[in-house]
Design a binder for this molecule. Sequence first.
Ligand code: PBE
Length: 268
Amino acid sequence: DGETDYSKAVDYQVTGIEPGAGVVKASEKAIEEYDNMKGWEVETSSSGAMATALGEAIKKKDPIVITGWSPHWMFAKYDLKYLDDPKGVFGKAETINTMTRKGLKDDMPNAYKVLDNFKWSKDDIEEVMLDIQDGKDPEEAAQKWIDKNKDTVDKWTKGVEKSNGEKVKLVYVEWDTEIASTNVIGKVLEDLGFKVNITPLDNAVMWKAVADGEADGMVAAWLPATHGDLYEQYKDDVDNLGENLEGAKIGLVVPKYMDIDSIEDLKQ
Ligand code: PBE
């Protein structure tokens, strides 16, 4: 149990990201469920602003509590830890899943097949995320990974016929994970001759766009917990193509120099 009253030091604020993110909603739920977090608030902003705040806090060795997730480059760059969540508010292991609009399978079976085959590892996505974090343009980082991982890409595109410029519209949210994955799968489709448009949206709008058929698909569905509410809402109107990544996680994250281990260690 920590001695320091970090709660006061961080002004009872979780440094959050976009208001529509599942990890923000889960953090708000944690505040409701953990009595010791009474009076806390999640300060929403953007993933970029949160990363900046984290970097600044670490430079000064200040305490900070953020809405974190893995895979993420921040775990490679900084010494961080998840706070234990004995009440299980943040769920357990999450997967990232691919969803397409109803009808894509018939309209564009080859694009559908690539999206269906798309599956990679934490190491893969982290490599792309780190390159982007180091300043590489997302498209370039995606191309670099593709060039280095021909065998994996060949598995995704096996038996797929080239396209004469059919339009594929992918939607995503500007989270580091999703910037990486969407750029990679977008480039793979482009290399097959598709005309790919990738559009960043708010999380709920992204789900709705696929459900309404305005977008062809997305590779950004975090399940079962993080986007569980959106999946419940839209599951009859989308095709769930299953996992594209295993071993994801969300939770409250702090620098390791903070001497607490659990959400329950945050002083009231
Ligand atoms: N995230 C990254 C998202 C899912 C992907 C954890 C910020 C969210 O909380 O909804």
